[in-house]
Design a protein around this ligand. Structure first.
Ligand SMILES: NC(=O)c1ccc[n+]([C@@H]2O[C@H](COP(=O)([O-])OP(=O)(O)OC[C@H]3O[C@@H](n4cnc5c(N)ncnc54)[C@H](O)[C@@H]3O)[C@@H](O)[C@H]2O)c1
Ligand SMILES: O=C(O)[C@H](O)COP(=O)(O)O
Length: 588
């Protein structure tokens, strides 16, 4: 079974996804969590999931319990683009290119792309992020299958199994031609010591090979634990008898093996690739095979898949080729299908998925603790932006977190994302979520700066209060301005309930539910009764009232929490009260 971690927080993330900035959360646990909000499908019914490549039945069965599942294989890009605007999720393997066109064509409906496998080089992650679409993969279920296929290719190549098989099937009995090489005592360089690479290394050790590995990001003790030496790239390629590739295809690894690197290898080296075709410059490999630098290659993956009919590498006598079969075992395909189905369903339900690839890590324990502060952050953003005079433009937002925790013990990325959501959603048609918040803020020229205020006292609560300031704008409620002329709102979590505690220089105390009317008045008795009376006449339910004064008898700001939006006439009646100098109605 897959190990997706799920926690339902959809109720607090009312309708959409949220994201965080890159570098603030301390990594307290290794599981990756992402918040997504529930999705009931375009028509309010079940969501629709398009599956464009064969997926294990167990995964399909899981998907069908929750969604309408459209399994349409071999679609052209045009057909996918046509269908996608009616789909909430898309599930693919490595054979479907999910480019920008797909996200554009979805017109905002596509919430999740599930990759039933590891490599996500066929998904345009930048475009997914821009369009607020979460990408999840199935990173663990096919590891062993890929490692076993790597070992199968290694041994088959060394003993010419495929060539000898073809020969005997052609009626020949050629024994001298197919003398192989032994593996025991030979040096295998594993490039990329991740999940698959380390499993290949472990198995190769069992075959009696001397295994070295190069991976700039792998810890030496993990390699040492299985008797593998972590070496430089140079040492790896220049001393190996066999090289096995287990790297992702990225800009840095594209054509990593090329004319220049082949020239630095031992003459007669043998190469196995079950990673991605693009990691090898295929033209250069052909030259290296023809010149004898490379004695043999075993390839499961190709730059273009399927390769063209007369691909010279595939047809080469010294090449053993398979059609991207690394993950193709019954066990792996069932496992991958379940892993991706759980992640996609969880994401559509508004739960937390542990296998997101285009969102930051948010440890589960941090999420639990920050839950009420997440709501507070969004509501403060939402309030602050509604206080801006129309046409002012919002470009400088400052968020202050006051806490008695040590700065590196408070992860604020999620809160920052929620402030962005609160600020941008009311003034745009863009849905902000965990995936796209930073991107959208940047696109709109909204610069968000964060500040930590370290308080004395017990660090029991993660945060004492959060302040959101918007600078360089005019306010339609002048009392919301701070001494330095910024719109300023401040809030706290009180007994688990997010509350507004300051507007400009005025202290207030309103729970952040429903909507709020803010009135500045000359402080005098009877004001609360007058306003409550007007609202009561209209059957508008008042949930809270609080008055913050500068000094007795001077100006005061009255904050009134209301369950429904009062009519224009009612608001006018409130504004007509002679002691009220300004007022504003704010939706939460
Ligand atoms: N043929 C198949 O069917 C099949 C099946 C599964 C995985 N794969 C592919 O195998 C590869 C590895 O998968 P995984 O699950 O082990 O991924 P992984 O992320 O667990 O491991 C990849 C490793 O490569 C390392 N790496 C990144 N850049 C590097 C560089 N420049 N030099 C050296 N090391 C570098 C990373 O640090 C990481 O440890 C991926 O390309 C994946 O798509 C193929
Ligand atoms: O990256 C992977 O998981 C493998 O390459 C498997 O790809 P596949 O799902 O197309 O078999």
């Amino acid at each position: 079974m897959a190990t997706t971690t799920l926690l339902n927080l959809s109720s607090i993330f009312s309708s959409r996804l949220v994201t965080t900035h890159s570098s603030v959360f301390p990594i307290r646990q290794r599981r990756r969590i992402i918040l997504v909000t529930s999705c009931a499908g375009g028509g309010g019914g079940k969501p629709t999931i398009l599956v464009t490549e064969k997926l294990g039945q167990a995964g399909i069965d899981l998907l069908k319990k929750y969604a309408n599942v459209d399994c349409s294989y071999d679609l052209s890009l045009e057909e996918i683009c046509t269908k996608i605007s009616l789909c909430d999720a898309l599930i693919v393997r490595s054979g479907t290119k999910v480019g920008r066109d797909v996200f554009e064509s979805s017109r905002g409906r596509l919430k999740v792309v599930g990759r039933a496998g590891v490599g996500i080089d066929n998904v345009d992650l930048a475009a997914a992020t821009e369009y607020g679409c979460l990408v999840v993969n199935a990173p663990t279920a096919n590891t062993v299958a890929a490692a076993e296929h790597g070992i199968a290719l290694l041994t088959a190549m060394a003993r010419n199994v495929a060539q000898a098989d073809a020969s005997i099937k052609a009626g020949k009995w050629t024994r001298n031609k197919y003398i192989g090489v032994s593996l025991v005592g030979k040096t295998l360089a594993v490039l990329g010591f991740g999940k698959v690479g380390s499993e290949v290394a472990r198995r190769a050790r069992g075959l009696g090979m001397h295994v070295i590995t190069h991976d700039p990001y792998a810890p030496a003790d993990r390699a040492r634990a299985i008797g593998v030496e972590l070496v430089s790239f140079e040492v790896a390629i220049s001393t190996a008898d066999f090289i096995s590739l287990h790297l992702p295809l990225t800009a840095a690894t594209s054509k990593l093996l090329n004319d220049e690197t082949f020239a630095r290898m031992k003459k007669g080296v043998r190469i196995v690739n079950v990673a991605r075709g693009g990691v090898i410059d295929e033209e250069a490999l052909l030259r290296a095979l023809d010149s004898g630098i490379v004695a043999q290659a075993a390839l499961d993956v190709f730059t273009v898949e399927p390769p063209v009919q007369d691909n010279k590498l595939v047809l080469h006598e010294s090449v053993t080729a398979t059609p991207h079969l690394g993950a193709s075992t019954l066990e792996a395909q069932e496992g991958v299908a379940i892993e991706v189905a759980e992640a996609v369903i969880g994401a559509l339900r508004g739960e937390l998925a542990a296998t997101a690839v285009n969102a930051p890590m948010v440890p589960l324990e941090v999420l639990r603790e920050l839950k009420p502060y997440v709501v507070l952050a969004e509501k403060l953003g939402r309030l602050a932006v509604q206080l801006v005079t129309g046409g002012s433009g919002v470009n400088a937002v400052k968020v202050t977190y006051a806490s008695s925790r040590a700065p590196d013990d408070l992860d604020t990325r999620l809160l920052r994302a929620m402030v962005i959501k609160g600020i941008i959603e009311p003034i745009s048609s863009v849905f902000i979520n965990l995936v796209n918040s930073d991107y959208v803020a940047k696109q709109r020229g909204v610069k968000i700066s964060e500040e930590r205020m370290v308080l004395d006292g017990s660090p029991e609560n993660p945060i004492e209060y959060i302040t959101v300031r918007i600078a360089n704008v005019e306010s339609r409620f002048a009392s919301a301005l701070s001494e330095s002329g910024e719109i300023k709102v401040e809030g706290r979590v009180k007994q688990g309930i997010p509350s507004l505690t300051k507007v400009g220089l005025f202290g207030v105390d309103v729970s952040l539910e429903g909507s709020v009317i803010l009135c500045r008045q000359v402080d005098q008795p009877g004001m609360i009764g007058k306003v409550a009376g007007i609202l009561g006449d209209e059957n508008v339910n008042v949930s809270f009232m609080s008055v913050g004064r500068i000094a007795p008898g001077k100006q005061a700001v009255m904050a009134i929490g209301v369950d429904e939006q009062p009519s224009k006439e009612t608001l006018k009646k409130i504004g007509d009260i002679s002691a009220i100098e300004e007022f504003v109605f704010l939706k939460l």
